[in-house]
Design a protein around this ligand. Structure first.
Ligand code: ADP
Ligand code: MG
Length: 452
């Protein structure tokens, strides 16, 4: 087949043979292939009705027929609209937020997805500590930091970093026994093997590993049986200098209902956090992703995306995929105003409400000091506390990483920031007055932004 038109014509010919004239015209008139990237074919249909019918009644046939001519095709998508111009209303294309997990990317033994590699990981000030630690561990598993505990909010690259480490160890030495598992899956395995009375088997399997990677360990909170078994496995691996890597959405201290002995194990190695990426990092990530797809966007479009999609990298990818999909479907690069429209759903989300600058200003105003006071090295009580509050809010509200916060507030060490964060965090939970104080500051924070 030399082009989409020939391909689709031959599908239509086959469909015509198996359908009544009326049926054929109703569902297939004014349809055409508008994009055939790799395994996915996108077919434009004249209306929602046709889309639904083709999807539910004819998809299997269409796919079969397409595959007869072009065996690589795996999937057909239908969209309503005509090619060439962007529709007036927002286009509805289902673009998965997560990169699709393709079975062939997953190693059956290690459970690692080969897509996640260090080379595809952009390093910025938000993740450099975690990245360096992961690299060090991959070069010397079991000997550098054990366990390596990486934490940070959703979509900031924890899974990517964990799996990259596993993939690196694996490619350096494919004989190493490696297992990657999300903690919910581990819990499910344990529950099942308790029921089937094969728990000793399970323990044995895990204790023979060279590298055990558990993602999202916070979910073992309150799961005592899992914690028990994990504790035993942990000790055994640790005792043999086998590497353990864990991720969590929060530091060990903040995981509720975690056995004290496990908590202290988690804290016994290296703890590194990943914060929200800054503008430069976001731009670098966007550039890397579009380069991968060999697409070029105008500078203003890139900087618009980088300045406006701030919450996390998963969302950044989602936004980018949306624009890339539209670019491919309509076969041209959308203009800035179209991009703005396309990203509407992201832009109206509440997370955009604040920035580090606003936090500094609001906190200074609230306590009647200057922003410079927050940055100076003063130890005066009336300055120290607002500074700690500021650190806490930079972390909580702007998702900055601890090293970044330290840098922003007059070049302080990240351990100072962590100390401040934990102190205020505790006080907020335990002291009503502090809680109220923070409510007031947060109110101003968001008001401040809305007034702008
Ligand atoms: P988390 O596990 O923290 O929720 P993920 O590791 O799943 O986040 O990351 C979300 C998406 O963003 C993934 O597709 C991942 O590849 C991508 N990503 C995250 N951090 C980076 C980075 N620093 N460079 C490039 N891609 C990244
Ligand atoms: Mg993850």
């Amino acid at each position: 087949m030399n082009n989409n038109k020939d391909l689709w014509d031959s599908v239509l010919n086959e469909m015509e043979l198996s359908l009544s004239r009326a049926n054929f015209t109703t569902w297939f008139k004014n349809t055409l292939i508008i994009s055939s990237e790799g395994e996915t074919i996108i077919i434009s249909v004249p209306n929602g009705f046709a889309k639904e019918w083709l999807e539910t009644k004819f998809n299997k046939k269409i796919l079969e027929s397409l595959r007869n001519h072009s065996p690589d095709i795996r999937e057909v998508k239908y969209i309503v609209g005509s090619p060439g111009k962007l529709p007036k209303r927002e286009i509805i294309i289902e673009i998965p937020d997560k990169i699709e997990e393709r079975d062939e990317d997953i190693n059956q033994t290690t459970n690692l997805n080969k897509r996640y590699i260090f080379d595809a990981f952009i390093v910025g000030s938000n993740n450099e500590l975690a990245y360096a630690a992961a690299q060090a561990v991959s070069k010397n598993p079991g000997k550098m930091y054990n366990p390596l505990f990486i934490y940070g909010g959703v979509g900031l690259g924890k899974t990517h970093l964990l799996q990259s480490t596993g993939n690196q160890v694996y490619s350096d030495n494919p004989k190493k026994r490696i297992k990657y598992i999300p903690s919910e899956r581990l819990t499910a395995e344990i529950v099942e093997s308790v029921r089937e009375k094969t728990i000793e088997n399970l323990k044995k399997r895990y204790s023979e590993l060279d590298l055990l990677i558990i993602d999202d360990i916070q979910y073992i909170a309150g799961k005592e049986k899992t914690q028990d078994i994990f504790f035993a496995t942990f000790n055994e691996l640790y005792g043999k200098n086998k590497q353990i890597i864990l991720s969590s959405d929060r530091p060990p201290k903040a995981i509720p209902a975690l056995m004290e002995r496990l908590r202290s194990r988690f804290e016994g190695g290296m703890i590194a956090d990943i914060g929200a990426p800054d503008y430069e990092t976001r731009l670098a990530i966007i550039n890397a992703k579009i380069k991968e797809k060999s697409i070029e966007f105008p500078e203003e479009v890139l900087s618009f995306i980088a300045s406006n999609i701030q919450k996390n990298i998963r969302e950044l990818e989602g936004a980018l995929n949306r624009i890339i999909a539209v670019t491919q479907i309509y076969n041209r690069i959308p203009e800035l105003k179209e991009v703005k429209k396309l990203l509407n759903t992201y832009l109206n989300a509440p997370f955009r409400k604040t920035t580090p600058q606003i936090i500094l200003k609001t906190v200074a105003d609230f306590y009647g000091i200057t922003q410079l006071d927050l940055l100076k090295r003063s130890r005066k009580k009336e300055i120290v506390r607002p500074r700690q509050i500021c650190m806490y809010l930079l972390r909580e509200e702007a998702r900055s990483s601890f090293p970044e916060i330290g840098q922003k507030l007059g070049g302080r060490d990240h351990s100072t920031v962590i100390h401040a964060y934990e102190k205020i965090n505790r006080e907020e939970q335990e002291q009503e007055a502090v809680k109220q104080e923070l409510i007031l500051i947060r109110e101003r924070l968001y008001q401040e932004f809305n007034n702008k």
